[in-house]
Design a protein around this ligand. Structure first.
Ligand SMILES: C/C(=C\CNc1ncnc2c1ncn2[C@@H]1O[C@H](COP(=O)(O)O)[C@@H](O)[C@H]1O)CO
Length: 268
C-alpha cells in the first residue's frame, strides 16, 4: 500500500493520534518474522491479545440474528454504478430480514451499509487496523475494529449465513476464495456464495470451468458452489432458497433422530 502515514489509527478498541501512532500495525508485528527481536519475544503474550479479540468479537456479534456478509472493493466511489448496486443489495438484504455485515470500510462496503441503514435494518461493520487512516464508515450502527485479519475473517464466517461478493480487488478475492474453500471442504455447510456483476465476474467463472475443472483440480460440482447474477432480487431468492433447503434438511434430520430415539426407547 502506498498511502501516507495518517494522523489517526484505530487498533481494536484503541485510538492512536499523532506521535503515539505506532510505526507498524499489530498484524505486521505478528507476521513479520524479520522484525526487531523484542516483538518476536513477546509472541507468547500476543496470544492473549488474540484471545481477547475473539472474546470481544463473539460478545458483540452473538446477538445479531440472521446475517449476510457483503464484500467488495474499498476503492469504488459513491454515485457510480457498482456503488448504487451495492446500496440496492444492502437495502434488499435488510428488507428480507437479514443484518448486513461488511468490512466497515469505504467503497462498496460503505454502499452496502448505506443501503441497509436507509432501509432501517441493522448495519454492522467489522473494520481492520490498517497502516493508513481508516475509520468505520458512517452508515454502520454496530462496529468493531479488529487488529488481526484472521480473527475478523472468523467473525464474517461465524456470524453470517450467506456471502454476497461485489466487484473488488485482492481483498475481495481473498474473502471470496476463503469462503468457497470452506464450503467446498464442508467446513461451513449453511451458506451460498453469490457473485454480483456478471460482466466483472463472468471471466473468472469461465476461467474456473475452463482451467480448474478441465484439469481436474476441482470436482465436477464445485463450480455450482458459486452463484452469479446482476439482479439484487435474485440475490435474495438464492439466499431464501438455500436457507429453505437447509431448514428442510435439518427438519428431516431431527425427525429421523427422534424416530431413532423412540425406537431405542421401545426396545429398552
Ligand atoms: C484502500 C482503501 C481503504 C482500505 N480500507 C479497508 N477497510 C476495511 N476493509 C478493507 C479495506 N480494504 C480492504 N478491505 C477488505 O477487503 C475487501 C476489499 O478489498 P479490495 O482489495 O478493495 O477488493 C473488503 O471486503 C474488506 O473486508 C481506500 O481508502
Amino acid at each position: 500500500m502506498t498511502e501516507s502515514r495518517s494522523e489517526e489509527r484505530q487498533a481494536g478498541p484503541l485510538t492512536y493520534r499523532g506521535k503515539a501512532i505506532p510505526e507498524s500495525t499489530t498484524d505486521q508485528r505478528l507476521l513479520d518474522r524479520r522484525g526487531p527481536a523484542d516483538w518476536v519475544h513477546t509472541d507468547p503474550w500476543r496470544v492473549l491479545r488474540i484471545q481477547s479479540e475473539f472474546v470481544e468479537g463473539f460478545g458483540m456479534l452473538s446477538e445479531i440474528g440472521r446475517a449476510v456478509c457483503v464484500f467488495g472493493s474499498a476503492r469504488i466511489k459513491p454515485e457510480t454504478p457498482y456503488y448504487e448496486l451495492g446500496e440496492a443489495i444492502g437495502s434488499r438484504i435488510s428488507k428480507a430480514g437479514y443484518t448486513v455485515i461488511t468490512g466497515g470500510g469505504p467503497g462498496l462496503m460503505e454502499a452496502a451499509n448505506k443501503g441497509a441503514n436507509e432501509a432501517g435494518g441493522p448495519s454492522v461493520g467489522l473494520g481492520i487496523e490498517l497502516p493508513f487512516e481508516q475509520s468505520l464508515n458512517q452508515y454502520i450502527d454496530t462496529g468493531v475494529t479488529f487488529r488481526y485479519f484472521f480473527v475478523r475473517k472468523t467473525m464474517f464466517l461465524k456470524y453470517s449465513q450467506a456471502f454476497v461478493v461485489l466487484p473488488g480487488g485482492f481483498g475481495t478475492l481473498d474473502e471470496l476464495f476463503e469462503a468457497i474453500t470452506l464450503v467446498q471442504t464442508g467446513k461451513v455447510t449453511r451458506f451460498p456464495v453469490i457473485l454480483v456483476g456478471t460482466r466483472f465476474w463472468g471471466g473468472l467463472v469461465d476461467w474456473i470451468r475452463e482451467n480448474l475443472l478441465a484439469e481436474g483440480l476441482i470436482s465436477p460440482h464445485d463450480p455450482d458452489l458459486i452463484h452469479l447474477t446482476d439482479d439484487p432480487d435474485e440475490v435474495i431468492e438464492i439466499i431464501r432458497k438455500a436457507h429453505a433447503e437447509l431448514a428442510s434438511k435439518e427438519e428431516s434430520a431431527a425427525v429421523a433422530e427422534l424416530g431413532e430415539a423412540m425406537h431405542d426407547a421401545e426396545r429398552a
